[in-house]
Design a protein around this ligand. Sequence first.
Ligand code: SF4
Length: 196
Amino acid sequence: MILSSVPVSLLRQYCFCPRIPYFLLVKGIQPVETPWMKQGESYHEKQTLLNKRRSFERYGLDGNIRIEHRVSLRSELLRLHGICDAMLFKDDQPMAIVEFKSRVKTKLNMGEIIQMAAYSMICEVEFGRQFSFGYILSGDKGKVKPVSINPEIKLKVLQVRDALIAQCEECLLPDSSASILQCGQCEYLNFCADRL
Ligand code: SF4
């Protein structure tokens, strides 16, 4: 299977377990909706509403700032596309990605950092401006934490993208180092005979 563009959310999924994009893209198996997926959706809806009333002091930003939710992004050059949770604009110019996490996070995992960096890279290419920081908005109170987008993490984005494309071309079930804990919360557990 030739993948012309990779959904950014699958870069994060690939970091969790490479088999997830395999099941989705190569086998065409959609995940069964789980209670925590529904929880995530309602968290996003709630934060979208609350953001309309919030000031931007929590981002450490002032001036002419506004936020747009669910922004579609695509770069043919990077072969990446997706919909970020939100984007901040300053003086009507795009300036940073915001991603929502329902649980308060002190530290992001690699997949989450890669997802944030991938959206920021698309913006840099498409808008011709630096996106050196993104923001995580987490918990019920919408705690905000900046995330640095550095050259190392950008390189990692491209490495994961290429590994995912190569895996789709091979069409073989990949090995996985996922732990019992990870498999226990995975919607594809029924498809991994070696993990049952
Ligand atoms: S059950 Fe485990 S090995 Fe299988 S896709 Fe999920 S995380 Fe990966």
